[in-house]
Structure formats: C-alpha cells, structure tokens
Design a protein around this ligand. Structure first.
Ligand code: NAP
Length: 310
C-alpha cells in the first residue's frame, strides 16, 4: 500500500484549525484537501484560515482523501472513525479515541477489518525531548532491570483566561480524567507494563487520583485534572527502579511539529502495513483503563474506600 497523501480534517474547532490544519498545510509530503464540520460556515472559515476547501457532507470529503485527521469530541470522533475506516481511509485520531470501551473496540475492529493504518495524536510521544528521554530509560531498564514504579501528575487548566478549551462540553462533563488521562497513560505505557487493576479517589473539582497495578508487579499513581489553578498546570512524571530515579523533561517543540511527526508515522504505517505503537489498539487500551477508573469512582464510597477511625 502507498503512503497517504491527500488528507481531510473532520472538525472545525481550535485544535482542528490551529494544530491539524496548520500542520497538514505546512507538511511537504501531503495535501490538505479540506475541512468537514457540522456548521458549513465554520468549515469555510477553517479552510480560509488553514487551506483546502469546505465540505458540507462528510462522505464527499471521504471520497476525495486517502486519510482523515479527526479533531472532534471523542464520542463524535469514534463513529466517524469507523465510517472513514470502512471507506478505506487511514486515520489520524485524537485522544481519547472514544468515551466508551465498546466505541473504542469498534474503532479498532474497523481499522483491522479494513486494513487501514491508525495513529493517535498523543502529543508527548511525538516530541523528541520526550522520546529521547524514553529511549534512554529503555536502555537503563535493559541494563539494570525494569522500572518499579511511577508518579505521574497531569494538570490541564481549561479555566485559564483565554483558554481555547473552556467551552468544550465533553471536557466539562468528563473532566481531566478523560482529557489529561490519555496523555499521562501514553507516557506511563512506555515506562511500565500494561495496567491490570485500578482504584481511584476524587479530589477538588474534577481532580482524580488513580492507583494502578501493572502486569508483573509494578505500581503507579496518576493525579489528573483539567481545572488546575492558574499557573500550576502541566505534566510531571517520575519513574524509579534499579536504574535510578528519573524525571520527565519538558518538551521544547511545538504541537504542530509533533503532529507532523504523527503524519509521517501514519504514512509509514500505511506504507508498511505495520501497526503503530500509538495506534488504535493503544488508544483502545487507554479507554479501557479510563473506563475502569470511571467504574471504580461510580461505586458508593463505602465500597471503594475505608474510613479512617476518629
Ligand atoms: N493532542 C493534544 O494535545 C490535544 C490538544 C487539544 C485537543 N485535542 C483533542 O482534539 C479534539 C478536539 O478538541 P477541541 O479543543 O477542538 O474541542 P472539542 O470540544 O473536543 O471539539 C470542538 C469541535 O467539535 C465540533 N463538534 C462538537 N459536537 C459535535 C457534533 N455533535 N457533531 C459534529 N461536530 C461537533 C465543534 O463544532 P462547532 O464548531 O460547530 O461547535 C468543534 O468543531 C479532542 O479530541 C481533544 O482531546 C488534543
């Protein structure tokens, strides 16, 4: 199969224009064919800003592209991803790939049935500062033994003045667990074996702290929020084991540069037929972990916590 060249964007919001559209328009090896959105006027505005044409009908866009990049709420993304895969289009997906495990399973099944490639835009894993750090940690683990534990804190701040994410209904409803959680799990998944069991506690606003048990015995804690107070957003990840204790660096690239690498990776996956490590299967596994946390949090307090005697 050849590498996809003609890309269409599903979505007309901030991320669709500012990241997907801008990165695709600047990419030397692909063509930005255009945007589809539920509001044709916004699709027109996105195309005027980033490039390509506006499509009023999603199937009309699918007919003219080799791949779609999707920047829509996760529950809107999942069925459209299935539709695009069934039409034979490669998928550049956003995190989380869905809000329900059944929907994530359907996306994965559709990609495999159609034989299309998929990559999830997990920002940190397409930044060289982070991938260099992860590569060094992999070498240390190979030399000294596997990592034993990690603390990961991921705090977005959708209430920060001027945030482009403040009016996003799904972020308000599902919180940092589903918005920041996929980023945290993307990094954690490169450090420790798969998560097998979770428990969790609620904090202020949407804060959730997850305790995770990993295959083989390692454990981790993830503190997640999408409503961090001003000035204290951002990620922290610390991992330890026989190879020492290590803290994740900040990345210095731009989201558009990272997205361009995701485009390159999708093209390579399509050309080789090899599933990408951050493809739909990995996205599906992240949804499985987040769904398990949500199920745990839905239990009555007496079933998920032990009161401290006074
Ligand atoms: N990888 C990263 O670091 C990163 C960063 C930011 C965002 N993202 C991801 O990008 C995706 C989009 O995020 P966003 O910030 O643009 O905000 P969003 O609230 O997820 O999406 C806004 C867009 O979705 C459209 N939309 C909402 N409901 C719809 C529906 N029922 N049918 C069709 N379109 C619908 C909106 O259309 P209207 O304009 O017509 O309202 C708007 O174009 C999300 O999955 C998010 O997680 C990833």
């Amino acid at each position: 199969m050849s590498a996809p060249r003609r890309f269409g964007v599903l979505g007309t919001g901030h991320w669709a224009r500012w990241c997907h559209g801008a990165a695709l328009a600047a990419h030397p090896d692909v063509e930005l064919v255009g945007f589809w959105g539920r509001d044709p006027a916004r699709a027109g505005a996105a195309a005027a800003e980033a490039g390509g044409r506006a499509f009023a009908d999603v199937d009309a866009l699918l007919a003219e592209v080799d791949a779609v990049s999707i920047a829509l709420p996760p529950d809107v993304q999942a069925p459209l991803a299935v539709r695009a895969a069934r039409a034979g289009r490669h998928l550049l997906l956003e995190k989380p790939i869905a809000l329900e495990l059944a929907a994530a399973d359907a996306v994965l099944a559709a990609t495999r049935a159609a034989g299309v490639a998929s990559v999830v835009d997990v920002t940190y894993l397409f930044q060289s500062d982070i991938t260099d750090w992860l590569a060094r940690l992999e070498e240390l683990a190979a030399e000294h033994g596997p990592w034993e534990g990690a603390l990961v804190r991921w705090g977005g701040s959708i209430d920060a003045p001027g945030s482009p994410f403040g009016d996003s209904p799904w972020r308000r409803e599902h919180g940092g667990l589903w918005d920041a959680g996929p980023h945290a799990l993307s990094v954690l998944g490169r450090l420790l074996p798969p998560v097998e069991r979770v428990s969790a506690a609620r904090g202020v606003r949407d804060a959730v702290t997850v305790l995770a048990e990993h295959a083989g015995g390692a454990s981790s804690a993830l503190a997640l929020t999408g409503t961090a107070p001003p000035g204290i957003g951002g990620p922290t990840a610390v991992v330890w084991g026989p190879g020492g204790r290590h803290e994740m660096p900040w990345f210095t690239g731009t989201p558009q540069e990272g997205f361009a690498r995701a485009v390159d990776d999708l093209r390579a996956a399509a050309a080789t037929g090899r599933e990408h490590a951050s493809g739909a299967a990995d996205g599906r596994d992240a949804v499985a972990v987040l769904s398990a946390v949500r199920a745990h949090l839905a239990r009555p307090a007496v079933q998920r916590t032990t009161p401290v005697p006074r």
